[in-house]
Design a protein around this ligand. Structure first.
Ligand code: NDP
Length: 454
């Protein structure tokens, strides 16, 4: 049955999308990401037909390299476990492939491909010299001991190490991969290569080459982006009710920056359910439960006492708010959630996660005139700060938190302006989706055109 929420695509681009769908059968997330970008490009090729020459757009939709490998490891019960590892090196026109590694049971090649595709345009938007890639495994870290995590990360790197390098491909963390996992992987990479190549991974611990503010960067950056959107409308965070989904790395630091800018966060979630605290979320308690104890968000209510409650399963988007920051996972905010948010008076939705809103949800926000920031723009602060980490590693320097954060602030403001100005240039004022897709595309496409058909 025809999906009526889908927008028509330019006649020159439809065959390209058809090929993507055919060639990547069974990969709905990649189809969704490719369709969204191609939907935006019609206006570009009408104005600049040269971008549709030499199969440039077809090449952009095809990863340069895809690596799939076996990851055997031994659990605490002495049993051999087998997982599957992935690295999709999508596009290196602007610099070494760059993008995180995700450990989650839902990971498959289609998810990694969608993330790598998005990453290519996101990295271009930062204005920094980094290409796009993504990796991961269907390994589930939940409930695993530190030793099991270490053995898994070591086995993963025994294969991955031959495909990466500071001038080749620079992975970082993502869902299920934080400083602990990066440390184990860096240790194994260093041993296998017999060189201290600090710039091969980002998100490292501070003592061995990590950057200050990297941990905070994605969440902080998302909130800086929203601040720019609000400022453009003559308002700010002051006193506004916010809801953030997730309670992982991105969510926690988005909450921290919303609070610092005067907003009030009343709800957040994890994969089990959500909490509502009308007194405002106690961030230190969330950090203790999720970052330190690696526990469940439901424990918040037991410890915090009166004035808050936990809803098992359900949708955090039922909680009324003016600012919604989906920071958990892809397709977590549906058309029904978008309708509820609009009815409840939301004014801004910004994707801290990668593609957390379904296509139908995005359509609803755009139709209702809600300010909407796509992930490839709003959450680019993480990878931008990773690029700053690479810069510090290359110059054997270590910047202060304040210096790094002020660079992040400047980069987010530039990304906002570039999306906004590009949308205006292409006669779609206020359309950040179109602005982000076109601004990112043009930068990658210009580099590819300069390099010929490769
Ligand atoms: P984490 O693993 O640190 O946190 C993910 C959070 O989302 C956890 O709280 C998890 O709950 C929750 N979650 C997962 N699925 C659901 C669901 N269906 N409903 C509600 N909550 C859910 O990951 P990150 O914070 O690093 O990443 C979050 C998103 O941001 C991802 O899309 C990632 O790709 C994107 N991103 C991350 C960047 C980074 O620098 N880390 C950079 C740019 C984008 P539980 O604890 O139960 O697992």
């Amino acid at each position: 049955m025809k999906d009526l929420t889908l927008k028509p695509i330019h006649e020159k681009l439809q065959p390209i999308l058809d090929t993507v769908l055919h060639r990547n059968a069974g990969e709905p997330e990649f189809h969704q990401a490719a369709r969204e970008v191609l939907e935006s490009l019609g206006r570009v090729i009408n104005r600049h037909p040269e971008y549709s020459e030499d199969a440039l757009i077809q090449r952009i939709c095809e990863p340069e390299r895809q690596i799939i490998f076996r990851v055997p490891w031994i659990d605490d019960n002495d049993q051999v476990q087998i997982n599957r590892g992935f690295r999709v090196q999508f596009n290196s026109a602007l610099g070494p492939y760059k993008g995180g590694i995700r450990f989650h049971p839902s990971v498959n090649v289609g998810i990694i491909k969608f993330l790598g595709f998005e990453q290519t345009f996101k990295n271009a938007l930062t204005g920094m010299p980094i290409g796009g890639g993504k990796g991961g495994s269907d390994f589930d870290p939940k409930g695993r001991s530190d030793r099991e995590i270490m053995r898994f990360c070591q086995s993963f790197m025994i294969e991955l190490h031959r495909h990466i390098g500071e001038y080749v491909d620079v992975p970082a963390g993502d869902v299920g991969v934080g400083a602990r996992e990066i440390g184990f992987m860096f240790g194994m990479y260093k041993r296998l290569n017999n060189r201290f190549e600090a710039g091969v991974l980002t998100g490292k611990g501070l003592v061995y080459g990590g950057s200050r503010a990297r941990k905070e960067a994605t969440g902080f950056g998302t909130v800086y982006f929203v601040r720019s959107m609000l400022n453009r409308k003559g308002t700010d965070f002051d006193g506004k009710r916010c809801v953030v989904s997730g309670s992982g790395n991105v969510a926690i630091y988005a909450i921290e920056k919303v609070l610092a800018l005067g907003g009030k966060v009343v709800a957040c979630s994890d994969s089990g359910g959500y909490i509502v605290d009308e007194n405002g979320i106690d961030l230190e308690l969330v950090k203790q439960i999720k970052e330190v104890e690696r526990g469940r968000i439901s424990q918040y209510v037991e410890r915090r006492g009166d004035g808050c409650h936990y809803v098992k399963s359900g949708s955090v988007w039922d909680v009324p708010c003016e600012i919604a920051l989906p920071c958990a996972t892809q397709n977590e905010l549906t058309a029904a959630d978008a309708k509820t948010l609009i009815e409840n008076g939301v004014i801004v939705v910004a994707e801290g996660a990668n593609m957390p809103c379904t296509s139908a949800a995005v359509q609803q926000f755009r139709k209702a005139g809600i300010m909407f920031a796509p992930g490839k723009a709003a959450n680019a602060g993480g990878v931008a700060t990773s690029a700053l980490e690479m810069q510090q590693n290359a110059s054997r320097d270590s910047w202060s938190f304040a210096k790094t954060e002020s660079r992040l602030e400047e980069i987010m403001s530039n990304i906002h302006d570039s999306c906004h100005e590009t949308a205006e240039e292409y006669s779609a004022p206020g359309d950040y989706v179109l602005g982000a897709n076109i601004a990112g595309f043009v930068r990658v496409a210009d580099a590819m055109r300069a390099m010929g058909v490769i």
